[in-house]
Design a protein around this ligand. Structure first.
Ligand SMILES: [Zn+2]
Length: 386
């Protein structure tokens, strides 16, 4: 049985699968994730397998953009792996350090160059200590997350291009079957163009029910009291990514050769079979300072760009590196994870519990899925659910 997204009644709960015996994986028809190295050999699988690129592929490192960089070489290997497996879904981590953030625009270009036509699922990792040091409160964390997402969804920073893209989309919409995804992207883009949404607007206008009033109130007062920060990271982001991309695009636009602008637009925004998607990881968002309400706001805003969700608990307090546990673990520090689970289970997304070592039985996952109304994948020996 192949599970088609649109037909799912509730979110699906699935796991990482081991690559120790790839032959076994052919019998799994449900979606799952693999953590593949650039040397992983293709095997028979299904089209909803998500290939999690190994951490050694530093797309946002300084030299990734070079013509024959090892990163480009690795991405070409992953491309071949995806073709062999028969999936278009590849997951890559967004910047984790301050230096990587400086290369945000370049990294996006490398991905567009090497993986055009594929679905690139971008995950925000838990940020490094040097990055955390540049941000002093939850407000800034949220804003960096927002900015990053705007960058990859091309919403705020590219006013002129956005307008052009909107026109293109309007005409393209007529020539396609008007899929729901296209409609969603159009609506979001239009909304953002008219609103110039800032984080403040988002927070103020959010109609999400506040379910953990205590922690929200605490965070709100922290946010209000700290307004005089040096904005180092924000400056970095604006200086080195948006602006750079904008000027690159403008110059390309002015040249007689419009091909790279066209490629960028075609492959990242306009096709529902290819382009950027966002993978929220609950453990990472917690590490970066988001409470359950913040996570719900972010997911609500970007859910049209979300196909997979990493559903993990985190043993650590906020603003520390993450340490995954099952979301229902007593050690999980994510506040109100019960409500978060209830919310996510209704989203019609593919949720991956990435747990590999923490002890809990299959029965625990069955109980969790039943209680929060997830559709649980069939048990399989290759699945790393315990
Ligand atoms: Zn993850």
């Amino acid at each position: 049985m192949m599970i088609i997204l649109e037909q799912m009644e509730s979110s699906l709960l699935t796991f990482n699968c081991s690559l120790n015996t790839p032959k076994n994986l052919a019998t799994i028809t449900a979606p799952y994730q693999i953590l593949a190295t650039p040397k992983t050999k293709p095997f028979e699988a299904n089209s909803q397998v998500l290939i999690h690129v190994y951490y050694t592929t530093r797309v946002f490192s300084d030299d990734a953009i070079e013509p024959r960089s090892y990163v480009r070489n690795y991405l070409q290997n992953y491309r071949e792996l995806a073709i062999g497996i028969g999936t278009k879904n590849i997951l890559i981590h967004l910047p984790a350090t301050l230096n990587e953030f400086k290369n945000l625009g370049k990294g996006i270009k490398v991905m567009v160059d090497e993986l055009s036509g594929f679905n690139i699922h971008l995950e925000i990792p838990s940020w490094s200590a040097d990055l955390r040091k540049t941000m002093k409160n939850v407000d800034e964390y949220m804003e960096v997350i927002e900015r990053t997402l705007m960058e990859i969804t091309n919403d705020e920073s590219l006013v002129d291009s956005s307008l052009k893209i909107t026109n293109d989309r309007t005409s393209m919409k007529k020539s396609t079957d008007g899929s729901l995804l296209m409609k969603n992207i159009d609506e979001t883009l239009m909304k953002n163009i008219s609103e110039r949404t800032s984080l403040k607007t988002l927070v103020d206008s959010s109609s999400m029910k506040d379910t953990d009033e205590d922690s929200s109130m605490k965070i709100t007062s922290e946010r209000t009291s700290m307004k005089d920060n040096d904005e180092t990271l924000m400056k970095t982001l604006v200086d080195s990514s948006s602006v750079k991309i904008t000027s690159e695009r403008t110059s390309v636009k002015n040249d007689s050769d419009e091909s790279s602008l066209k490629t960028l637009v075609d492959s990242s925004l306009m096709k529902d079979n290819g382009g950027f998607h966002f993978v929220p990881d609950t453990a990472h968002l917690h590490a970066n300072g988001c409470n359950t309400n913040d996570m719900i706001r972010i997911i609500e805003k970007y859910k049209h760009k979300i196909q997979y969700i990493h559903l993990n608990g985190n043993k650590q307090a906020m603003f520390r590196s993450d340490n995954h546990v099952p979301i229902f673990s007593v050690e999980n520090k994510i506040n109100n994870w019960e409500f978060l689970s209830e919310y996510i289970s209704k989203l019609n997304k593919i949720c991956i519990a990435e747990i590999t070592k923490e002890g809990c039985s299959w029965k625990d996952w069955e109980d969790y899925a039943k209680k929060y109304k997830f559709e649980l994948v069939k048990r399989h020996k290759a699945m790393r659910h315990q």
